[in-house]
Design a protein around this ligand. Structure first.
Ligand code: 13P
Length: 251
């Protein structure tokens, strides 16, 4: 049985005060929801304060990126062990916005994923095709390259500390969700790939999240698909009520 994960990616939104207020509002709304891993990913500057607020609750903390070195002359970067120090259990790696605007590659995703796992974090590794890829019939080859590259050289054991997030770029922030069947098709493909790269039991256990315009009114359909194990939520995670409604998809 795979425990569902609902993760909120707050992207570049909210001050420290606003972040604290959001988790303060969220906590009571999700306190009675069991059997779902709930994760929020504020901006770096808010992590430590949000950690103080979620401590002892069922809300876990993620960062939105990390570097792969532990320390050194790397101005502007944040190491996985520092994220751990700030209270994170998870880190998002290779989000399509980082790939599009900040030069993230499958190689850097791979290095970051290994470093995150080594530091004791769970890596939420993001993959997803552009609209042009889909229209050119290249969805599967793009996803295959991203998964192969991003997870290259990982031990099968390490996959316990990896969550995959499939986020079709054309569905992010557009209000255009992939249909349940479109998402399921790619999720099943990713699981099959993990069978071939690792083994069946690793593939059976790995959580694969869908991301891209997930809202309270479409989460149920997505979550009813056999290979969709959760959601990575952008816009709808910025309000406690809508995020809580997504977390409570099963109630
Ligand atoms: P939206 O839910 O706003 O489409 O964002 C999805 C996303 O990028 C989450 O990482």
């Amino acid at each position: 049985m795979r425990i569902p994960v609902i993760a909120g990616n707050w992207k570049l939104f909210k001050t420290i005060g606003e972040s604290v207020a959001l988790v303060d509002d969220l906590k009571p709304l999700v306190a009675n929801i069991h059997g779902v891993e709930i994760v929020v990913a504020p901006v770096f500057t808010a992590l430590s304060r949000v950690c103080d607020v979620v401590k002892g609750s069922n809300v876990l903390l993620a960062a939105q990126d990390c570097y792969w070195e532990e320390e050194g002359a790397f101005t502007g970067e944040v190491a996985p062990r520092l994220l751990k120090d700030a209270g994170c259990s998870h880190v998002i790696i290779g989000h399509s916005e980082r790939r599009q605007y900040f030069g993230e590659t499958d190689l850097s995703v791979n290095k970051k994923t290994k470093a995150a796992i080594a530091a004791g974090l769970t890596a939420i590794v993001c993959v997803g095709e552009l609209l042009a890829d889909r229209e050119a019939g290249q969805t599967f080859s793009v996803i295959e390259a991203q998964i192969q590259g991003g997870l290259a050289g990982l031990e099968a054991n390490s996959l316990r500390h990896v969550i995959v997030a499939y986020e079709p770029v054309w569905a992010i922030g557009t209000g255009k969700t992939a249909s349940d069947a479109q998402a399921q098709e790619v999720h099943a493909f990713i699981r099959q790939l993990i069978v071939s790269l690792f083994n069946q039991s690793v593939a059976d256990a790995v959580r694969i999240l869908y991301g891209g315009s997930v809202k309270p009114d479409n989460v149920k359909g997505l979550m009813s698909q056999p290979d969709i194990d959760g959601a990575l939520v952008g816009g709808a995670s910025l309000k406690a009520e809508s995020f809580a409604a997504i977390v409570g998809f099963d109630s």
